[in-house]
Design a protein. Structure first.
Length: 569
């Protein structure tokens, strides 16, 4: 007998397609009442089906068209905003196109006649319902309605500030507009900062071009253009940021640095401000640091099992130095704070000296250096020694004085964590020697040197199989024969990932343990190539190899690994 999905239950369709088993359907039916969800949503919550599989089954059962993901990338905002945003969010619907005098509306539940009748009254047109996934709809609504809110009519789209700027004594800094001419600038800066906070932006770039101002957010390590205000507003925007950061408004010829403390209903944020003069005007870069409780731990950073065991072993040693190296923005501070979070307990006195304090950790003494009052790393660290510390984190080893104090701490029974700017683990050792630390002190004090990078993860919503070109394989140091056995992945681009193909980041790591052999090489003053060769012989996985492992696991793409690492082949 021919199976007819339009007359079958959703569970029967999924079983017939061999996506789920009868046992899984029974489990979902039992848990359905507890979840207060439909059977398809329950199966999805249990992890037995994906949103794409659920939509495919609903399409067979209900015979509604499923919205194509590529169509969602180029919708007309004028059509979308015919449905008020609150109504669209509440009823999980979205107008996507006009068709023969009717409005095509994407719906999570296209069988809901009540919503369709309400829409006919709102739009005055017939409704053609089509299917869309709940997650996909939520991402699409956020993307387009945010664009509508941040359109050129910004003064109509936003009102008062959604944050409060405060000084070091928690006193509010007045940044209200003094007249109607200033209102658009005030509202625009409000919009930029609040949207950046909502989207987990790490850096805001406000830069003058020839005919417009370009505003970009750094999200997941990559810059994205979010808006282009008129160039006539640029000077006012820069002046307002200067007022908030307590900088000199009249000075436009020299670079200036400052910071802003912001309080929002969601969280408190510390903003580091850098302003530099360019040939087209002053450029502003603002780094956003969340002042809330640190939310990472070692299990979420991307360690493989072997890397996790090695790192976990060394961070629990009673003394010595563990150094994490890499460029700015590679996640060094996050890793070290996750390490401190892992080992903190009532028996240890943990003290940090940082510039600035990027993450707040309860139960740990954190000191922020302040150059204006001569509270330097060196001065702070000398005071720390009198605070009876067991474990010390030094935000960054910048010079011989800081490095010398760190090494003396480690040689007198303290466990020290720090960061250093270097390309890889072996060159970190060379960098310490270049700073001026004698080789015998470096060899005696080091426990572990770890280089790291952050690579973007392929978006799970639009992940597809992919065959790289011969050139890409060669750039990654992968032979064509080896490439045949790797299931490469890439993101096609969807609303969830803002058409980038990536969502979130993960770490890749190069861990250099200071074994007796490595210690001897450091004592002898050997170069980084000799140290690297010895470490590789002792099974050190290089940054590049760590990246390729993530490619083989389908976590990141070959392009990301090529972008951040160098193949030794």
């Amino acid at each position: 007998m021919t199976f007819k999905p339009q007359y079958a239950k959703l569970g029967e369709i999924l079983v017939h397609q061999e996506i789920v088993s009868e046992v899984q359907i029974k489990e979902a039916l039992q848990k359905q009442k507890n979840f207060h969800l439909k059977i398809g949503q329950t199966l999805q919550k249990l992890g037995y089906i994906t949103e794409k599989q659920l939509l495919g089954a609903l399409h067979l059962q209900l015979e509604y068209e499923v919205v194509a993901s590529n169509e969602l990338m180029e919708l007309d905002s004028e059509i979308i905003k015919q449905i008020p945003e609150p109504f669209a969010l509440e009823n999980q619907i979205m107008a996507i196109r006009e068709e023969s005098g009717s409005i095509v509306v994407a719906m999570v539940d296209p069988e809901n006649i009540v919503i369709q009748d309400s829409l006919k009254k709102i739009l005055g047109k017939n409704i053609i319902p089509v299917l869309i996934g709940e997650t996909t709809l939520a991402d699409t609504l956020e993307r387009y309605y945010k664009t509508i809110r941040t359109s050129s009519q910004v003064d109509d789209a936003v009102g008062e500030f959604d944050f409060v700027a405060v000084d070091e004594d928690e006193n509010e800094i007045s940044i209200d507009s003094k007249g109607e001419a200033d209102a658009p600038v005030v509202k625009l800066i409000n919009l930029i900062i609040t949207e950046a906070i909502k989207s987990n932006t790490t850096d805001i770039h406000i830069e003058p071009l020839t005919k417009k101002t370009r505003v970009r957010f750094r999200i997941d390590g990559a810059l994205r253009e979010v808006m282009s205000p008129p160039i006539g507003l640029h000077a006012g925007m820069v002046s307002l940021v200067k007022v908030m950061a307590k900088l000199n408004i009249a000075e436009r010829r020299l670079p200036q640095d400052g910071h802003i403390s912001l309080k929002t209903p969601m969280k408190s944020v510390d903003v580091r401000v850098s302003i530099v003069p360019t040939v087209t005007g002053e450029k502003v870069v603002m780094r956003l640091l969340d002042k809330g409780e640190f939310g990472f731990d070692l299990t979420t950073l991307g360690f493989t099992d072997s890397n996790f065991e090695m790192f976990h072993k060394w961070i629990r040693r009673p003394y010595g130095i563990n150094i994490v190296s890499g460029p700015t923005g590679s996640g060094k501070s996050t890793t070290l704070h996750a390490a401190l979070k892992e080992i903190r307990n009532i028996e240890n006195n943990i003290v940090t000296v940082e510039d600035p304090v990027e993450y707040r950790l309860d139960g740990i003494t954190q000191i922020e250096t302040k150059a204006k009052i001569d509270l330097t790393f060196g001065r702070s660290l000398r005071s720390v020694l009198r605070q009876d510390p067991d474990i010390v984190l030094i935000g960054e080893i910048r010079d011989e004085e800081t490095a010398d104090i760190a090494i003396k701490f480690s040689l007198t029974g303290h466990l020290v964590f720090s960061t250093l700017h270097a390309n890889d683990a072996p060159s970190t050792i060379t960098r310490l020697l270049d700073i001026g630390i004698p080789s015998y002190l470096v060899a005696s004090s080091l426990n572990l040197v770890m280089a790291q990078r952050l690579v973007r993860k392929v978006c799970n919503n639009c992940k597809v199989d992919y065959t790289p070109t011969s050139k890409e394989l060669a750039s990654a140091g992968i032979s064509e024969e080896e490439g045949k056995h790797i299931n490469f992945k890439k993101g096609e681009g969807c609303v969830h990932c803002d058409n980038t193909g990536y969502s979130g980041r993960t770490g890749i790591f190069e861990m250099l343990e200071i074994t007796p052999e490595i210690r001897k090489l450091i004592f002898a003053g050997e170069n980084q190539d000799m140290i690297r060769d010895a470490a590789v012989r002792n099974n050190m996985m290089t940054l590049h190899e760590s990246g390729i492992e993530k490619v083989k696991m389908g976590i990141t793409s070959i392009q990301e690994v090529i972008k951040f690492t160098i193949s030794e082949q």
